[in-house]
Design a protein around this ligand. Sequence first.
Ligand SMILES: [Zn+2]
Length: 218
Amino acid sequence: MKKIIIFLASLLIACLALPFDVHANSTVILVDPGHGGIDGGTGRGPLLEKNLNLDIALKTRNWLQKSGFTVKMTRDNDVDLSSLYPSPIQSRHKRDLQNRLVMIRKESPALFISIHINSSTQPKDKGPLVFYAVESSEGKVLATEVQSALNQVAVSTQRPVGRKNLFLIRHAPCPGVLAEMGYVTNEVDAKRLLDATYRDKLARAMAEAVKRFLQLST
Ligand SMILES: [Zn+2]
């Protein structure tokens, strides 16, 4: 009997200790690595945006799955999405974005994060920067969480920026942000972005921010 009680007690402790939220199971998060395939995005030397976006997105998926979320991705390899669905749109870039939107609508996630890398003519511009649709109050809350989590990793003080004209976050049926991970044109950011451990910290920070946002909105 004593053995059974010890067994049941240890089972209970094991259950309580699981880093797993049962409610997270049914929650779908969509992660969108920007660019891909023929579209490399920005770049400098060994840094190519499409590859960094994908790597950070896969790491983010990993952290979200560890917390019990169902994660969908617009791409999980090096492809552009312009021919994913048939479309009369002429511009390859617009078709790519349109198809990402179609995917978001199909998956109807609780939220999405588009992952990008920034560049600037000003080499001193530095640190992660998160954009949200200016008319979305939920998007702003999500952006604030993601920005603050990324700021902690990058030791930065950037504030999220509301935009009217960013296609995906403007048209998506759920809260979403476009998160720039840093500038390839800044020496410090470029060096950090080459470091897989740093990229994993950014990914983990975003996964934690998603959790906090969903706790705030329930
Ligand atoms: Zn980009």
